[in-house]
Design a protein around this ligand. Structure first.
Ligand code: PEP
Ligand code: MN
Length: 263
C-alpha cells in the first residue's frame, strides 16, 4: 500500500497548520521531554515565532535506563494541549503501548511511534485503527525493507496518514550517537508516496551538527524536519546535548529557507 506503484501521487499529511508531503515541508520542533508548564509554553512560543508548525514533546519517554526520567505522563499531555491552545501548533507526541492509544488520542494531533517500537506490531495496528496521522520512526537496526513493512501494518488498518522518519541507525561508528543516512530521503521517494522527515537531533546526538544536517536534509528533498529545541539545553532532563537553543533553531530555519529556495 506504501508503494508508488499503487499510488503515484505523494501523500500529504495535514493537521492544523502542519503540512508534510507533496510540496509542503513541515517543521516539528520542541523539547525531548515535557518538563514543566513554563518550559513547554516558553519553547512553544519560541519555535512558533521561528516558523515551526508542529510542537514535539515526550510525555511517555522510552529511556534506555529504567532509572532515567520517564516523562510527565498524562500531566505532560495536558501541558502539550495547553501549548497548542496558546499557539495553534500541532502536537506530536510518542505513544509507547496500545493501552495508551485512546488516551493519547485525546491530546495528540500526530502519534509518534518511537524507534524502539518500530516493530511492535500490536502498537502499529492500534495506531492504524485511529485516524490520527502517525509519525513512524525507523528502528536503529531496521533495514529500509523492514521500515516499509512496519508502515504497512499501519496502512493495512486503514490509516493512510503515515509519515516516515529517518532518525539514524546503529553502525560501527561512535563519533555520533547514531549514523544519519540522508540517502534514505531520495531512495524512499523513489519507492513510496509517503512523506519522509529527518530527525537530525537523534541522528547525530550533537547540537552543533544539527543545523548543517537540516540544510542537507532540505537539499536532499525531505518533506519535513523534527528537531529537539530546549529553552536551556544544559538543564534538559533528556537529550540536552543534541537540543538546539531557540536562537540556534531560529537561525537554522533561516538557513533552511535559503536552501529550499536554492534547490
Ligand atoms: C524522541 O523523539 O525523543 C525519541 C525517543 O526518539 P527515538 O525513538 O528516535 O529514539
Ligand atoms: Mn529525545
Amino acid at each position: 500500500v506504501a508503494s508508488k506503484e499503487t499510488k503515484p501521487e505523494p501523500t500529504i499529511v495535514s493537521t492544523r497548520n502542519l503540512k508534510i508531503g507533496g510540496s509542503h515541508v513541515g517543521v516539528i520542533a520542541g523539547p525531548c521531554s515535557v518538563e514543566s508548564e513554563k518550559q513547554i509554553l516558553q519553547v512553544a512560543h519560541q519555535v512558533k515565532a521561528a516558523g515551526a508548525t508542529g510542537l514535539r514533546g515526550g510525555a511517555f519517554k522510552p529511556r534506555t535506563s529504567p532509572y532515567s526520567f520517564q516523562g510527565m505522563k498524562e500531566e505532560g499531555l495536558k501541558l502539550l494541549a495547553l501549548a497548542r491552545e496558546e499557539t495553534g501548533l500541532a502536537v506530536v507526541t510518542e505513544v509507547m503501548t496500545p493501552h495508551h492509544v485512546e488516551m493519547l488520542s485525546q491530546y495528540a494531533d500526530v502519534l509518534q511511534i518511537g524507534a524502539r517500537n518500530m516493530q511492535n506490531y500490536h502498537l502499529l495496528q492500534a495506531v492504524g485503527e485511529t485516524r490520527l496521522p502517525v509519525l513512524l520512526k525507523r528502528g536503529p537496526s531496521a533495514s529500509i525493507e523492514e521500515f516499509l513493512l512496519a508502515a504497512e501494518y499501519i496502512l493495512d488498518q486503514g490509516n493512510k496518514q503515515v509519515i516516515l522518519c529517518e532518525r539514524g541507525v546503529r553502525t560501527f561508528e561512535t563519533h555520533t550517537r547514531f549514523t544519519l543516512p540522508l540517502a534514505t530521503v531520495p531512495y524512499l521517494h523513489e519507492r513510496t508516496h509517503l512523506p519522509v522527515v529527518i530527525d537530525p537531533s537523534h541522528g547525530t546526538g550533537i547540537a552543533s551538527l544539527v543545523p548543517p544536517m537540516c540544510a542537507a536534509a532540505i537539499a536532499a528533498g525531505c518533506d519535513g524536519l523534527i528537531l529537539e529545541v530546549h529553552p536551556d539545553p544544559s538543564r534538559a532532563m533528556s537529550d540536552g546535548a543534541q537540543s538546539l537553543t531557540p536562537q540556534a533553531f531560529a537561525e537554522t530555519m533561516q538557513a533552511c529557507r535559503k536552501v529550499a529556495e536554492a534547490v
